[in-house]
Design a protein. Structure first.
Length: 304
């Protein structure tokens, strides 16, 4: 397994600076944030370390040469919008940018993008599954034709009141995975596995690794701390940030030894990226860098 980071926490740094930082700290890969140019639209989104809309073959070669010289690989190009947004104009803009990621991943010899399936928040799972049938086959056919894998993170995007009641990503549970993989039986369609999202949903985050081992294309390292006293007060129907908090690995409830052990059981030897969304490390860019360093130091106890 190769240890790296998702670059969205490195807002304010250039791509070259992020590569240098990774190399200096012994990190082997980067999941590169590739939002459209124009700044953040929400927390941890809007960061763009590669401008995929204007990527040329010449620029792609410069990026590949830099990464090769520094010994840092690009694991995937990352963009996490709601690709089934009920606002059809927004939805189309998100999908259009996703196609640009697919094209850019080919130019960069990465051949993987990471994203969400999306969700219409106020519609049922069954209604959203019907929407999946309309939205996703053309995207996956295009990616398949380009030889690109699409890895969907299992984050519900359900943290605050504006994402209530259903969140903005349907592919959040093993039960939904089975349904969606049946609808979309593409070999290039899989999972960007983040155990933290299962913790607060009270889902076993180890067992699905075995069932879906052939669909795990990419892995995140992010922790979650659930506060039992808060949960007992507000209940599971509350917005999740009322009773839990994202943490850096080792400061939350994930048993990282068991998690990495299970990854080795299933023979996973791909990319594993630290994701920092811990509010305790948000005061400055130096704080963000420290969070990455602390996470990497901790995870090296487990990652082979």
């Amino acid at each position: 397994m190769k240890l790296g980071l998702i670059t969205s926490i490195c807002e304010g740094m250039t791509f070259e600076e992020v590569v240098d930082f990774a190399a200096e700290n012994g990190l082997e890969c980067l999941e590169v944030a590739c939002w459209p140019q124009g700044g953040a639209q929400r927390r941890y989104a809007g960061v763009s370390h590669i401008d995929v809309a204007n990527l040329t073959e010449e620029k792609a070669k410069e990026i590949k040469d830099l990464c090769a010289a520094k010994g840092v690989e690009i694991s995937a190009l990352a963009y996490y919008p709601n690709t089934m947004d009920p606002d059809l104009e927004k939805r189309q803009s998100y999908i259009d940018h996703l196609y640009k990621l697919i094209d850019a991943s080919v130019m960069l010899d990465v051949n993987m993008i990471t994203t969400f399936v999306g969700r219409i928040p106020d519609k049922s799972v069954s209604a959203n599954l019907e929407e999946v049938k309309k939205v996703w086959p053309p995207i996956l056919e295009y990616a398949k034709g380009k030889g690109v894998k699409v890895a969907i993170e299992n984050c519900p995007m359900l943290f605050t009141e504006d994402e209530w009641p259903g969140g903005q990503n349907l592919m959040t549970t093993p039960a939904n995975w089975r349904k969606i993989f049946e609808i979309l039986p593409y070999d290039n369609f899989g999972i960007n596995y983040d155990p933290s999202h299962f913790v607060w949903q009270q889902i076993d985050y180890i067992k699905p690794l075995y069932e879906f081992k052939d669909k795990i294309f990419h892995v995140h390292y992010k922790d979650i701390k659930v506060y039992p006293d808060k949960l007992a007060d507000v209940g599971v129907m509350a917005t999740p940030l009322e009773y839990m908090s994202p943490k850096i690995p080792g400061l939350g409830d994930v048993d990282w030894g068991k998690y990495v052990s299970a990854l080795t059981d299933i023979g996973y030897d791909g990319y594993t990226c630290i994701e920092v969304e811990d509010k305790a490390f948000e005061k400055s860019l130096d704080d963000a860098k420290r969070a990455i360093k602390l996470s990497a130091k901790y995870l090296r106890n487990f990652v082979l």
